[in-house]
Design a protein around this ligand. Structure first.
Ligand code: ADP
Length: 485
């Protein structure tokens, strides 16, 4: 008998809600049920402040569904309902009219206990991104930095294996509020791979993946042994929606792109580069993996792809060339064994290369300069935002304009015909303003919209082109027969 969503729903009706009242289905907490090859995947939404305490609920939901005849496996994840401001009030229950105080401009970026987050990304899979992320993180460690690794490669989490932690399971902090990263070689690691087996194909759709990742990222006590200098994120390969959303919503200090020499000249590495540039995450540089070949028997170097080409290519793209890593059997064998080369052979020539790259990348983090942080002030009435740039230019940007010209649509580069024109926002208000990293602010509106990072340069552009853009919007509305509400 094949499993149906209805059977799963019916079974989940036997699972009580968070307060022991009602059941998770009728309370509307179960979102999206995916059934593939007799495996069932779904998520249960719980209030953010209850996320840590809701593990028993998740387990009973998983257990209930596992009891359905024919079900080969179940994966249930908790997704947190976004809290409103710091008060934890939910939207839409009357509390929405009480706006949260605006965050101070230039405040601390979003992830407590972590100074810098660096994404390690690639235009496509199989270029050695995860291997490079691991050894780079160990290179940072060798510089004396306090380091963590977050494995966001949800489609193929490999950090547990690479760091020799495949059999580990994370435990919680004493107050059970957060997960403790698992330590290997002095680095704290967190990965979806600890919770889902590596072989399990993850078939969730984009938004669910991003929610699950964000929840994980923020639910880890990264600073359990002191503040982290740097958290390395092993990104999912490619440049789809999931990657774009991570780039937009995680407060990144910068990104590093891993590429092979062949791909560097081709489209994939450029796609990765363009994705970060669009959302204005500084690209710290590019690492050329499998740059040349070292024969294991003789140690002789073969420049299979010629030499110096990648460096020139990087220069053409306006990118810092962080260095080339050889294709070497030891790198692969030690990775597969969960004993990364930088940790196991710290004085070898390969470790020296990774350490040099880490030092160069760290230097880039320090020198990354964008536009200086503007002063941002939300009006008393919360219907506009005043942005004052260092050079003295100041712009009043109406909440309605910010809302309908949200950058999440803009970065997709849609033309006016393709673009979804957002109507009916005449009275929208700014609920919260939060600085993100050193390059952007996140704005939450009182209609619940909170995606999209407003980079400082996007705000500058909106200010400079305010009148033309507004006229364009009004015209688009007219053409589509829509109204401002
Ligand atoms: P990605 O994360 O891009 O999918 P991985 O890091 O999983 O790639 O690497 C793919 C394969 O290539 C792995 O078997 C890994 O051990 C191997 N590999 C990566 N970098 C090197 C290298 N410099 N030399 C030899 N093998 C490598």
């Amino acid at each position: 008998m094949s499993i149906t969503k209805t059977t799963v729903m019916d079974k989940l009706r036997t699972v009580a809600g968070p307060d022991g009242k009602g059941n998770v289905v009728d309370l509307g907490l179960v979102s999206e049920i995916v059934i593939k090859d007799d495996r069932v995947y779904f998520s249960v939404t719980v209030p953010a402040e209850r996320a840590a305490a809701s593990e028993p609920l998740r387990l009973s939901a998983e257990k209930a569904v596992a009891g359905i005849p024919g079900v080969a496996g179940v994966t249930a994840v908790l997704t947190a309902e976004a809290p409103m401001g710091k008060s934890g009030n939910k939207a839409g229950n009357g509390a929405a009219s009480k706006p949260a105080p605006a965050a101070k401009a230039g405040g601390v970026p979003g992830l407590p206990g972590v100074k810098h987050i660096i994404a390690v990304a690639s235009g496509k899979g199989g270029v050695g991104k995860s291997t490079t992320a691991t050894n780079l993180a160990l290179g940072f460690k060798a510089l004396g930095l306090n380091v963590g690794i977050f494995d966001a490669d949800i489609y193929g989490p490999s950090q547990p294996r690479l760091m020799g932690l495949a059999k580990e399971q994370p435990s919680a902090t004493e107050d059970e509020k957060k997960l403790l990263p698992i330590k290997a070689y002095g680095i704290g690691v967190m990965s979806m791979g600890f919770l889902v087996e590596e072989a399990t194909p993850i078939v969730w759709r984009g938004p669910m993946v991003v929610q699950a990742l964000q929840q994980m990222l923020f639910d880890v006590a990264w600073d359990d042994t002191g503040e982290l200098d740097v958290l390395v994120i092993d990104m999912p390969p490619g440049t789809g929606d999931v990657q774009l959303t991570i780039a937009q919503q995680v407060p990144l200090s910068g990104a590093i792109i891993v590429s092979t020499p062949q791909d560097l000249a081709l489209i994939d590495a450029r796609k990765g580069l363009n994705m970060f540039r669009k959302v204005e995450v500084p690209v710290l540089g590019i690492i050329e993996n499998m740059s040349y070949f070292i024969a294991p028997d003789t140690g002789k170097r073969y420049d299979i792809f010629g030499s110096g080409g990648a460096e020139k290519e990087a220069e053409k793209l306006g990118l810092t060339y962080l260095g080339g890593i050889p294709l070497h059997m030891d790198i692969r064998e030690l990775s597969d064994a969960g004993t990364p080369i930088v940790a196991i052979v710290p004085d070898g020539p390969e470790a020296a290369i990774y350490k040099e790259i880490a030092a160069k990348a760290w230097g880039e983090v320090q020198t990354v300069k964008g536009i200086d942080a503007p002063l941002m002030k939300v009006a008393e009435t919360r219907d506009s935002l005043k942005v004052t740039f260092k050079d003295g230019f100041a712009y009043d940007l109406p909440a309605e304009m910010l809302r309908v010209m949200s950058p999440s649509a803009e970065v997709q580069g849609h033309s006016a015909e393709q673009r979804v024109t957002v109507p009916g926002k005449r009275n929208v208000k700014i609920r919260e303003l939060k600085p993100v990293g050193k390059y952007a602010a996140k704005i939450t509106f009182d209609d619940g919209h909170d995606t999209g990072l407003y980079t400082w340069s996007y705000l500058l552009q909106l200010g400079e082109e305010k009148d033309e853009r507004w006229a364009g919007y009004v015209k688009e509305m007219e053409q589509k027969g829509l109204s401002r509400g």
